[in-house]
Design a binder for this molecule. Structure first.
Ligand code: G6P
Length: 367
């Protein structure tokens, strides 16, 4: 097992480090000479032009990919997107547009609820696309079309590199839909593709800065509650950051859409409660900062996660992590890494079993 960990103490840390390569491989699988090609996935431009509604269905972190993708696809391709937990979708007798596309996202391709949701969609005659990591898995075999993420085998229960490659699959889908439907012109298309290709190197830089996060995380080991807040895509990032934290560090954590805090959750803020504000979306920046200030005035200890350049966050936050700039649609890919590292280092500081957290399974094949 030590050899398989390639010098890392845990699989999770190894897999965090494998992300730039996994993301690059996944980009290369569909981007050739600056053009996205979905023919390997089996979707033609005509198929893409005909889609009236997209339903994204998944569980756990894959669901959080869907939450981010919902914002990206709607904004770029102007197709309505609904994202839903597979365990809800399968039992609510969903009303599905016959010209819709059901996208099931799953690392293992075996999650029972996701597979059941796929079968439900197929039984209604709706087109389905699987975004799957494990080749030949049930969802990959049964979906009409498959986008294989090239994350390679993922061992740690808490997903990192598979999640990151699922995001890439969704971005590629969004950009391609936008192009074939005439929502973006050639120069915007070229810009998005080029921007996608910059992600691996930027991810590498964030991982290179991990010691700073280790230092901060080690001080949070005694935390009772942690709150993650953000708006729009920053809310999607918060959901995943919070899940990583609770899965492996056993600290109660919650993600809230920042504007919703004052409708209840703010009553839980006490002196010293850690609140992590995620601020990658420039147009929502001031709004989330003001929510952070509200938390601070109730005693919260604040961490800010934002892009280089937003240095005035230091007037508000007690600790700041900066990530490189990218197009805001793709910000999740970068901002999630410090949050993966936070969860990891808190877990290590508490002496927990990082790769095999209690009560959790890598793949949930029962209901
Ligand atoms: C389990 C794992 C999660 C994962 C979820 C969905 O709960 O612990 O990390 O996100 O299942 O798994 P899937 O294989 O469908 O992506």
């Amino acid at each position: 097992e030590a050899a398989e960990k390639a010098g890392f103490e845990h699989f999770m840390m190894k897999e965090i480090h494998e992300q730039p390569k996994a993301v690059e491989d996944t980009i290369r699988s569909v981007v050739k000479d600056g053009t996205i090609d979905f023919s390997g996935v089996g979707m033609t431009e005509e198929d893409m032009r005909g889609i009236r509604q997209i339903y994204i269905v998944a569980c756990g972190s894959a669901y959080h990919v869907g939450v981010a993708a919902q914002y990206v696809i709607e904004d770029m391709a102007k197709i309505p997107v609904r994202v839903e937990l597979a365990s809800e979708f399968r039992y609510r007798h969903p009303l599905l547009d016959p010209e819709g596309l059901v996208v099931v996202i799953s690392q293992s391709g075996e999650t029972a609820d996701s597979l059941a949701a796929l079968r439900e969609a197929k039984s209604r005659g709706i087109k389905t696309l699987g975004i799957v990591n494990v080749v030949g898995s049930s969802i990959a075999r049964e979906a009409d079309n498959v986008f294989y993420t090239l994350a390679g085998p993922e061992i740690a229960v808490a997903t990192t590199k598979a999640y990151s490659t699922q995001l890439i699959a969704c971005y590629a889908l969004a950009v391609q839909l936008a192009k074939v439907r005439g929502e973006i012109d050639d120069s915007q298309y070229a810009y998005y593709v080029a921007e996608l290709e910059t992600l691996p190197e930027k991810m590498q830089r964030i991982i290179g800065d991990k010691e700073r996060i280790q230092w901060f995380a080690a001080k949070q080991a005694a935390a009772k509650d942690i709150f993650f807040i953000g708006r729009g895509i920053d809310y999607a990032i918060s959901l995943e950051g919070s899940l990583k934290m609770k899965e492996i560090s056993y600290i109660h954590s919650e993600a809230y859409a920042a504007g919703e805090l004052k409708h209840g959750t703010i009553s839980l803020i006490e002196n010293g409660t850690l609140v992590i504000g995620v601020l990658t979306q420039q147009e929502l920046y001031e709004k989330t900062v003001s929510n952070m200030v509200e938390c601070k005035s109730r005693g919260a200890y604040l961490m800010g996660l934002t892009t280089y350049g937003n240095y005035n966050i230091e007037d508000t936050a007690d600790f700041v992590v900066y990530v490189p700039k990218t197009d805001p649609h793709f910000a999740t890919s970068l901002a999630v890494i410090p949050l993966q590292l936070m969860g990891y280092y808190v877990s290590v500081a508490k002496g927990l079993d990082v790769d095999k957290p209690r009560n959790l399974a890598k793949s949930v094949t029962v209901e």
